[in-house]
Design a protein around this ligand. Structure first.
Ligand SMILES: Cc1ncc(C[n+]2csc(CCOP(=O)(O)OP(=O)(O)O)c2C)c(N)n1
Ligand SMILES: [Mg+2]
Length: 323
């Protein structure tokens, strides 16, 4: 499968948009008007974009606490997302959920749940419904490396394999669960892709920093799932650029070595793709400037919209929050 010019630009555009949105969230978080915790995906954008560019509107995704990139890549409204972060009634969860509960059924974002591993069985349930309805829609479940340590991960894969469900499990392996390196949590002999295979779920490792590889390889897998329903798991090594939770950099804490940080920062999926597109004459400086200007405008409008929006009515808060 070859990628044409338009697809290349789209992959780039979507990654830059997510990067710029999250950088703006990080900048404005210090104003203390966003009161919910935020888990930024800076460094991990290629996965959300590469996978979601293969999905239709009717396909559904479920995700976890680090979900901004998935929500936006699946077509979620930026205005509604930023409003949600500000706790406003115009938000995608009416301002009651915040950053860790981004949902929008109209574009297929069915769950974002911060209890590690908990959205995986929900994805399996939706895939089962799709199978019973005999439609061609698929589900993608995004989760981190730590979610594969939860019992529900095994149960979900088992059920999906047993019933040949049309679901793609996407494990974003950024080596860390908060401050704990994977080697402190999992045996060195453990392999996420092999675990999947042992349960009966086909699996593949894909470079989490190459948006084109992700787009092409997950595209093939998604086509296969649509035509011959059966679960598949992909594991993508990636890098969380900032602190686990919050807008800042925590490199000074020392739980990730300088050499590790330097290596991964050099592999930045957005910057490297920009350089590649420019070198190969797919992107001019002028075009890049236009893209950035367009996104800046959209971001400004979305933040203004969110800030001006109203908080949810007390009646609603009482119904769902203090019930
Ligand atoms: C069941 C459960 N245990 C612990 C936590 C606290 N917690 C929140 S995020 C997180 C780390 C999750 O790591 P991973 O799944 O690898 O995702 P990442 O944050 O690296 O994207 C933990 C332990 C939780 N939310 N749920
Ligand atoms: Mg992780």
């Amino acid at each position: 499968m070859k990628i044409n010019n338009i697809q290349k630009k789209k992959l780039y555009y979507e990654m830059v948009r997510i990067r710029m949105v999250e950088e703006k969230i990080a900048e404005l978080y210090h104003e203390q008007e966003i009161r919910c915790p935020v888990h930024l995906s800076i460094g991990q954008e290629a996965i959300a974009v590469g996978v979601c560019q293969n999905l239709n509107r009717e396909d559904k995704i479920v995700t976890a606490h680090r979900s901004h990139a998935h929500y936006l890549a699946k077509g979620g409204s930026l205005k509604k997302m930023i409003s949600e972060l500000y706790g406003k009634y115009n938000g995608c969860a009416k301002g009651l959920g915040g950053s860790m509960h981004l949902v929008d059924f109209s574009v297929g974002v069915y769950a974002a749940i911060p209890i590690v591993g908990s959205s995986i069985p929900i994805g399996v349930g939706i895939a089962w419904a799709n199978k019973l309805k005999r439609n061609k829609n698929i589900v993608v479940a995004f989760f981190g490396d730590a979610a594969t340590e939860e019992g529900v991960f095994f149960e979900s894969l088992d059920f999906a394999a047993l019933h040949n469900l049309p679901i793609l499990f996407v494990c974003e392996n950024n080596d860390y669960s908060v401050y704990s390196h994977i080697s402190k949590r999992q045996s060195k002999k453990r392999s996420i892709t092999k675990i999947a295979k042992s349960i009966g779920v086909s699996s593949l490792k894909i470079d989490g920093n190459s948006v084109e590889q992700i787009f092409i390889k997950s595209g093939r897998i998604i086509k296969r799932i649509r035509n011959f329903p059966a679960p598949f798991l992909i594991e993508l090594k990636t890098f969380r650029n900032l602190e686990h939770c919050g807008p800042d950099n925590d490199d000074n804490l020392g739980y990730r070595k300088k050499s590790y940080l330097n290596l991964w920062k050099k592999k930045c999926p957005v910057k490297n793709y920009e350089n590649y597109l420019k070198k190969e004459n797919y992107l001019s400086n002028k075009k890049n400037f236009d893209i950035i200007e367009k996104i800046e405008k959209e971001i400004l409008q979305s933040f203004n919209f969110a800030k001006k929006s109203k908080f949810p009515p007390k009646k609603l808060l009482k119904k769902y929050v203090y019930a």
